[in-house]
Design a protein around this ligand. Structure first.
Ligand code: FAD
Ligand code: NAI
Length: 468
């Protein structure tokens, strides 16, 4: 029977990064994964394939609608969806095989099969053919991630009524697509299929899109996405989908009133109403691992569950369901298990929605600061006043820097704008070092760059912008 310092169940960004760091720190590590390839949701059916499609569909859209304005005549672009999907699959393949390479390089053993906790320090691995194997380890990490939350009364078949997984591989562009949920998945994958030619209607339960993000940012994003052609039905819900005919009949009702349903027709319905922790078949109850009221594994400040020797990280515990959050938890836990001082700063976890323009934020929103009675100054700078954005023809959006009114410490940065997902990281570094708006404003930024808008927003929060 194999003996390890650490056995990790799940090879997503939480599990595989934890495995690599633990091996680098001298621990003997095993990873148990039930999927045929490593990398979890993120690499196989999440972050990576969605970003591949977002990139290529954006190029298609630009070729059809923007090139001409720049004096580039290419005629009407023709979509070869099979090639576009093939590119996405090839990107996935290179990423998942990269994880396999890193496991080998770091002498990490992998076990293919479904893992379950079978007593203290024991993980039972059941392979596809039904045979079993036991892995023994001093510590066990649950890194089993999450899956899509089902919509009550609506069955998904991953063909016409799909989750994000089916929406990443539609064999043809639907004429009409209904997206349930105006969250991150709904807006990203809704954008992909809109750009490729679908009429996309997004049905959202709340009276706003992107709950949790800064309200002003979400309103601006909604205006821009609506202008691009996404139709929003806010304060509404989908109560049923009739898939008996050739066309789907989708019943849409006001969120708080079921008496006036309207039937919308669609070729594809994407259900994107959130994700839930995945703990099926792990034997957690028997092992003494407690879950919270939302089914997430309960942990202490050091990722330890209620059962000795068992830890948990990533989407399966509380906090934002983001790959980089899972990765940082993986590193912190590996360091703790190796006797070091691992730590995650939950106050500085950036988040990015990869629409066009991108929507990125880090730290606290204006709504949160108001609710907590924190006095703050807000500095804003629009991309219309940024030279590089004008040159790129990408003037939509703004940067907002929120700084403590007394200390000038930056408390939050929110961006709607071109490559906002890259720019947000300088705000994260600043906040990690408890920097002030003045620090950011006095840092020399290269010209002409989009990041100058971040500097100008900091100038606006601290004193006055130059270019406004
Ligand atoms: P996962 O990546 O879910 O990995 C868990 C792994 O555990 C899986 O491989 C699963 O097969 C395995 N497993 C589960 N149970 C068992 C078992 N019993 N035995 C063996 N193996 C098991 N986040 C971002 O930060 N940026 C993005 O751009 C982004 N885009 C996304 C797009 C989509 C469409 C989706 C669905 C998600 C996206 N996310 C994104 C979220 C991101 O994918 C997750 O936050 C991240 O994958 C969580 O990592 P994890 O390691 O906790 O779990
Ligand atoms: P989400 O939580 O982002 O959004 C779900 C939306 O659905 C919310 O706006 C919610 O109000 C709405 N909703 C819930 N029930 C509804 C109902 N019955 N009818 C209509 N609307 C309803 O969840 P989503 O988009 O499914 O994504 C799941 C998670 O995956 C995200 O929370 C995020 O953590 C992660 N993700 C991250 C990405 C990124 O970082 N770029 C990309 C994609 C996913």
């Amino acid at each position: 029977m194999a003996q390890y310092d650490l056995a990790i169940i799940g090879s997503g960004p939480g599990g595989y990064v934890c495995a690599i760091r633990a091996a680098q720190l001298g621990l003997k590590v095993a990873v148990v994964e039930k999927m045929p390839t490593f990398g979890g949701t993120c690499l196989n059916i999440g972050c990576i394939p969605s970003k591949a499609l977002l990139h290529t569909s954006e190029l298609f859209d630009a070729a059809g609608h923007e090139f001409e304005g720049f004096g580039i005549k290419v005629g009407k672009p023709k979509l070869e969806l099979k090639t576009m999907l093939g590119h996405k699959d090839q990107v996935v393949e290179s990423n998942v095989s990269g994880v396999a390479f890193l496991f080998k390089k770091n002498k990490i053993d992998s076990f293919r099969g479904r893992g379950a906790i079978a007593g203290p320090g024991k993980v039972l691995v059941t392979k596809d053919d039904g045979s079993t194997e036991t892995v023994e380890a001093k510590a066990i990490v649950i890194a089993t991630g999450s899956d899509s939350t089902p919509l009550r009364g609506v069955e998904t078949d991953e063909k016409r009524v799909v989750t994000s997984t089916g929406a990443l591989s539609l064999p043809e562009v639907p004429k009409r697509m209904i997206v349930v949920g105006a969250g991150v998945i709904g807006l990203e994958l809704g954008s992909v299929w809109r750009r490729l030619g679908a009429e996309v209607t997004v049905v959202e339960f709340l009276d706003r899109i992107l709950p949790g993000l800064d309200g002003e940012v979400a309103r601006q994003a909604q205006r821009i996405l609506a202008r691009q052609g996404l139709t929003f039905r806010l304060s509404s819900k989908v109560s049923s989908v009739d898939s008996s005919g050739k066309v789907l009949k989708v019943s849409v009702e006001p969120a708080q009133d079921s008496s006036s349903a309207e039937i919308l027709e669609a070729d594809v319905v994407l259900v994107a109403i959130g994700r839930r922790p995945y703990t099926d078949g792990l034997g957690l109850k028997e092992a003494g691992v407690e879950l919270d009221e939302r089914g997430r594994v309960t942990i202490d400040a050091h990722f330890a569950t209620t059962a000795p020797g068992i830890y948990a990280i990533g989407d399966v515990i509380a906090g934002p369901m983001l790959a980089h959050k899972a990765e940082d938890e993986g590193v912190a836990l590996a360091e703790l298990l190796a006797g070091q001082a691992g730590h995650v700063n939950y106050g500085v976890i950036p988040s990015v929605v990869y629409t066009t323009p991108e929507i990125a934020s880090v730290g606290r929103t204006e709504e949160e600061l108001k609710a907590d009675g924190v006095e703050y100054r807000a500095g804003k700078f629009p991309f219309t006043a940024n030279a590089r954005a004008r040159a790129m023809g990408a003037k939509d959006g703004f940067v907002k820097v929120l700084a403590d009114a007394k200390t000038d410490r930056v408390l939050g940065v929110h961006i709607v704008g071109p490559v906002a997902g890259e720019m947000i990281n300088e705000a994260a570094v600043l906040m990690e070092f408890s920097g002030s708006a003045e620090d950011l404003a006095r840092t020399c930024h290269a010209h002409p760059t989009l990041s100058e808008a971040v500097k100008e927003a900091a100038l606006a929060a601290w004193f006055k912008p130059i270019h406004l």
